[in-house]
Design a protein around this ligand. Structure first.
Ligand code: 6PG
Length: 245
């Protein structure tokens, strides 16, 4: 079973997640001189991004020496970068702008382009900077109540992708289509950190943690880095009882 760290609630989760990001960042800078971090959207990581921005502004905030950080995305909505649903916009507002992170450090998925072309362009950018398969130092992921992670939804053919590191996928009803990293990239990561809060995630979390990673497992449970660490940071509400899953 994957390692789980319980925290009291969303505030502690944000602090712990920021600590983890900085720790992985320091380690990557020491070993390789650059830190590649992939970010997710959704509401859960907002507080973590805000916490990272706060630390970057703190007088002793040199841990976030962003000039040697590269910010990638685990997924994106196919829409303009200023669309309210855009993951890039979320991170720009909560982290990039407040922390003064220059655009040159940001590798955004171009949701406004033709989705197939945007997926290919992102795959090229990944292999140019990180080789093939690309080894991202740390990927921050969330968990949907249906067990999805990034934009890998239950039953999606994208879950069976073995070659392409990025694909375009249809979205759940009424939502914008998405671009998402695929399992081969997530499984090549040096570390993956899941952030999960709230009772509405309890059943999905229980299913994900007890799943074996087989094809029937929830998408989040199928992320199994071959040579990397996985940590689930979850608050008490998400770890509590919430239906029998
Ligand atoms: C996104 C995500 C997605 C998210 C989960 C959980 O862009 O929406 O990458 O996988 O992490 O849906 O979302 P919440 O944090 O909003 O519950």
């Amino acid at each position: 079973m994957s390692p789980v760290r319980a925290v009291s609630g969303p505030a502690e989760l944000a602090r712990d997640a920021a600590d983890e990001v900085l720790l992985h960042g320091e380690r990557a800078l020491e070993l390789r001189g650059i830190f590649h971090l992939a970010l997710s959207g959704g509401s859960t990581p907002r507080a973590t991004y805000a916490e990272l921005a706060r630390r970057a502004r703190a007088p002793r905030g040199r841990a976030l020496d962003s000039s040697r950080w590269r910010f990638w995305f685990a997924d994106e909505r196919c829409g303009a970068p200023d669309d309210p649903a855009s993951n890039y916009r979320l991170v720009r507002e909560t982290l990039f702008e407040p922390a003064g992170i220059p655009e040159s450090c940001v590798r955004r998925m171009r949701g406004e382009d033709d989705p197939e072309r945007a997926a290919e362009d992102y795959a090229r950018a990944l292999s140019r900077e990180l080789g093939s398969p690309p080894r991202i130092d740390l990927v921050l992921l969330g968990l949907g109540a249906d067990g999805h992670t990034a934009s890998l939804f239950p039953g999606s053919p994208a879950l069976e992708e073995r070659e392409r590191p990025v694909v375009a996928v249809p979205a759940p009803a009424g939502d914008l289509p998405r671009l998402t990293l695929t399992l081969p990239v997530l499984d090549a990561a040096r570390a993956v950190l899941f952030l999960v809060t709230g009772a509405e995630k309890a059943a999905a979390l229980r299913r994900a943690l007890r799943a074996s990673g087989t094809e029937e497992a929830p998408p989040a449970a199928r992320v199994r880095p071959r040579d990397g660490e996985v940590l689930w940071l979850a608050d008490r509400a998400a770890l509590g009882s919430g239906g029998d899953g």
